[in-house]
Design a protein around this ligand. Structure first.
Ligand code: GLY
Length: 290
């Protein structure tokens, strides 16, 4: 296979087409994943990423994002950033150098301002309407309701792999809360010699198993992409059920260095895949939860 792109949720369909087109033109995987995600960040119809994202407990939208270069293992990440158009673009710009690759809050915003990243108020009328409607019953809400992180993995024609993520985080999250999405090894991981992985779901649960790194390690041990994805999710899911009596939602996408892919999930999940052999297609895995 010459190139491939794999992304979480149906909302990534148009971004997957764009990423596949860039890869077909010979662009690198970094550009493909960033442009794919930026399309989701800019679309207010998708309520858990970028513009029109889910509000926190104070009715404000804070973004998390991450990027990893599988050739160098360099990563860039931002957490709890308010008032900027694209978390993934800011994150990716932080990948160079051996320090200051992960910035949060005011420090991340000052960095973004100083480096000319486009500002945007990501709170839409719909965001505010949802907040006003739901804030009275904050204690009854499940934080996961309606939450989906967008994750993109890509293999380019030179054999490099990249991973990127972006989210507004859990609905009604506490100010300052950061999920798995910007955390390398947890929300995403890429190693061009092995494969890449990225996660969506309840961040606090995904952190307990460093899910993305776990899957790439399983690939390194010789498992196929599908085996690695399933094993990473089922091991963590079963451990959490055994210790706590339940496991919150988590889904994982895995792209091996040969362009083959795998999915692990403990909930019904949609994803998009495209390659030089397959047009961008949305797939669904149905999981009945007890
Ligand atoms: N998976 C996104 C979050 O927990 O914030």
């Amino acid at each position: 296979m010459k190139y491939a792109v794999l992304a979480t949720w149906k909302m990534a369909e148009e971004g997957t087409k764009k990423a596949a087109k860039l890869l077909a033109e010979g662009k690198d995987c970094g550009e493909a994943v960033i442009e794919g995600i930026a399309m989701v960040e800019d679309n207010p119809a998708f309520h858990s990423v970028g513009y029109g994202g889910r509000p926190n407990a104070e009715g404000r939208v804070f973004l998390d994002g991450g990027f990893m270069n599988g050739d160098t293992l360099h990563f860039g990440a931002v957490g709890s950033v308010e008032g900027f158009r694209s978390a993934v673009r800011i994150a990716a710009s932080l990948q160079d150098g051996d320090a200051n690759n992960f910035l949060v809050g005011e420090g991340a915003e000052r960095y973004a301002e100083a480096h000319g990243f486009e500002r945007r108020d990501n709170v839409t009328a719909e965001t505010l309407e949802l907040y006003e409607k739901e804030k009275e019953r904050l204690k009854e809400l499940s934080a996961y309701d309606g939450h989906d992180t967008v994750c993109f993995l890509a293999l380019d024609q030179s054999g490099s792999l990249c991973a990127a993520t972006s989210t507004s985080g859990l609905f009604m999250k506490q100010p300052g809360r950061i999920g798995d999405t910007p955390l390398p090894g947890v929300g995403y991981y890429a190693d061009s010699k092995i494969g890449a992985a990225a996660a969506t779901g309840m961040g606090e649960e995904i952190m307990k198993g460093a899910l993305s790194y776990a899957a790439v390690r399983f690939l390194k041990d010789g498992l196929s992409a599908q085996e690695a994805a399933e094993k990473a999710v089922s091991e963590l899911n079963d451990t959490l059920v055994e210790r706590n009596g339940y496991a919150n939602p988590m889904s994982l996408i895995v792209l091996a260095k040969d362009g083959s892919y795998g999915i692990g999930t403990n909930i019904t999940f949609t994803y998009c895949y495209a390659s030089d052999e397959e047009e961008a297609t949305v797939h669904e895995i149905i999981v009945e939860r007890e």
